[in-house]
Design a protein around this ligand. Structure first.
Ligand SMILES: Cc1ncc(COP(=O)(O)O)c(C=O)c1O
Length: 547
């Protein structure tokens, strides 16, 4: 069957219907017995299925001979957003040497060019001489080499890149080829301040930028104290420990959040108890709190999801009635306001993240903010390994090394100096999305309640449920047009660590949002043209998918 000549090979994109053939192909061709070169990762069927499942936004192309996949070309790496897309090729050992790999490589690179990609990258092992020769003849250029493995089991991994000319661009090509969902926007003195750290040798977790960043951030939030730490997750851990949350305690957490909110509770030995979402803010449902409170409940952890503040007054009223602490997880909402007050100043303690995709970033980083001096001091001690503040190397408790570096704080300060710019760009973008998409039947965009000012960390769209396609298919079609999106988070009650304890809970609002919600490109650097392109693409897909 595989003896037919090359003329009878066709090339096409592989889709969901090809999944089992693709898994079978991956397993067969990753078997060390059939691969001629170093293969550190022989693949099982389960592994191959996982590769396919975790990469729904990548593109697989097949060389098809007599109905069988005989070669695959892969374009990957777009899901990460900012990386250069990478190319991979696997050719069935039985048909090697007939030019099918070369033809499929050309076919796949043309598709990448169709999406407006301008540089493509691949890795190849030095012992795979035929592949190396193929890539060289296709003008891939060597960028680096690294030895992988040891002794006879070792090989050299070579990274190559190639610029690809944009050919056959569709009429409405995305303006800069690929529109990522989020990118940092380093538009202030980041470089100057970081160089100052390097030039002055203050690169660790002491130095002037840490104090300056903390003080400015506290001022920005309208609180007395803030402490910088290594990320938003440990900020939550510090906040909960500072409040005395420990084993046996329960903390109410919205089920629709990023897993860090629940994990931080678990780190304390306490149990997160999940609460459904409010339909018009997507945040913790105040009306569902009472029913979730038990004798061990110690705190409510609210999350200002995707930049919109939680409905604080009724939440604070329930907390007061039951003597509960309130933690604001404001990782996604720097600068958002509730009734004219900035988030971070609304509960007992608040936490922020400065991960690279956040409203402002330090690369990795976090902050805790509070008006309570005793709590601030407890968190300061916990952040510094538990060391007594007056007695060096005296550790009355077990603490953590959760400090931020001066370099990160330098970036953070520069970002904070420009936060008005960041927020106004985001607001402007949200307005444009609203103007272009706001009147689509059944399509719900990021909310902004009359009492709220959304920070618009993510511009969100919850799709109509009467489409002929799923949310993930809409995302795939956007990806094909060069538009990166992200699905809403899985709610905590469906995730393996938390599903058993949440078994009897019903979370209909969160379930619906999680199934139909997606994040549209939301970087502060987006241009008007790019947002127009995203909206045109989404409208085209929606209009073609109405029942
Ligand atoms: C709601 C929420 N909480 C906590 C975090 C954790 O922050 P980090 O990634 O900086 O640890 C994040 C995001 O990353 C988040 O979105």
């Amino acid at each position: 069957m595989l003896k037919a000549d090359d003329q009878s090979v066709t090339y096409r994109e592989l889709g969901p219907a090809d999944e089992s053939a693709l898994i079978e192909f991956l397993v067969r061709n990753n078997d060390p017995a059939t691969t001629r070169h170093f293969n550190p990762f022989p693949m099982t069927a389960k592994g191959a299925a996982a590769v396919i499942r975790t990469m729904p936004l990548d593109h697989y192309y097949g060389g098809i001979l007599a109905g069988q996949i005989v070669a695959i070309g892969m374009l990957r790496g777009w899901s990460e957003g900012y990386s250069i897309p990478s190319f991979g090729l696997i050719v069935d050992a039985r048909i090697r040497g007939r030019g099918i790999g070369r033809a499929l490589t050309r076919f796949t690179l043309d598709r990448a060019a169709d999406f407006g990609v301008d540089t493509i990258r691949l890795s190849v092992y030095a012992s795979n001489k035929q592949a190396l020769a193929l890539y060289r003849s296709l003008e891939f250029e060597e960028q680096s080499r690294a030895t992988i493995g040891e002794g006879a089991q070792s090989d050299e991994k070579i990274i190559m890149t190639k610029s690809i000319a944009a050919v056959n661009l569709p009429a409405n090509t995305p303006p800069r080829g690929f529109i990522p969902v989020a990118t940092p926007a380093l538009v202030g003195k980041e470089r100057e301040y970081v160089l100052d750290c390097l030039d002055s040798n203050w690169i660790s977790s002491n130095g002037k930028y840490i104090g300056r960043f903390e003080t400015s951030f506290a001022e920005f939030c309208g609180v007395q104290h803030s402490l910088a730490c290594c990320n938003g997750t440990v900020a939550l851990h510090l906040a909960l420990l500072g409040l005395g949350i420990g084993p046996g305690d329960e903390v109410l957490v919205p089920t629709l959040t990023y897993i860090a909110s629940a994990n931080a509770v678990t780190y304390c030995g306490a149990k997160p108890v999940f609460v459904d979402s409010e339909p018009d803010t997507w945040n913790i449902e105040p009306a569902a709190l009472e029913a979730a409170i038990g004798p061990r409940t110690k705190a409510i952890l609210v999350v200002h999801l995707y930049g919109h503040p939680a409905n604080m007054d009724p939440i604070l009223a329930v907390a007061r009635n039951h003597g509960l602490a309130v933690v604001e997880d404001a990782a996604e909402a720097h600068g958002a306001e509730y009734k004219g007050k900035r988030v971070g100043s609304l509960g007992d303690v608040a936490t922020f993240s400065f991960y690279g995709n956040k409203v402002i970033t330090t690369g990795e980083g976090g902050m805790v903010a509070t008006n309570d001096p005793a709590l601030a001091e407890r968190m300061l001690v916990l952040r510094g390994q538990g060391q007594d503040l007056k007695r060096r190397y005296w550790f009355p408790i077990v603490g953590y090394n959760y400090r931020m570096t001066n370099i990160e704080a330098a970036i953070g300060l520069a970002q904070l100096e420009k936060i008005d710019w960041h927020l106004s760009r985001r607001r402007q973008h949200a307005k444009q999305y609203q103007a272009r998409l706001g009147n689509q039947p059944g399509l719900v965009l990021s909310p902004e309640r009359p009492w709220a000012r959304n920070a618009y960390w993510m511009n969100c769209a919850v799709l109509p449920t009467d489409l002929t396609v799923t949310r993930d298919e809409v995302m795939q079609q956007l990806q094909l047009r060069g538009v990166e999106t992200r699905p809403f988070f899985y709610p905590m009650h469906v995730l393996p660590p938390y599903k058993p304890a949440a078994q009897n809970g019903k979370f209909p609002v969160a379930d619906r949002l999680a199934a139909w919600g997606l994040n549209l490109p939301s970087s502060a650097l987006l241009t008007e043209n790019e947002i127009d392109y995203v909206c045109d693409s989404l409208l085209e897909i929606l209009n073609g998918s109405r029942t």
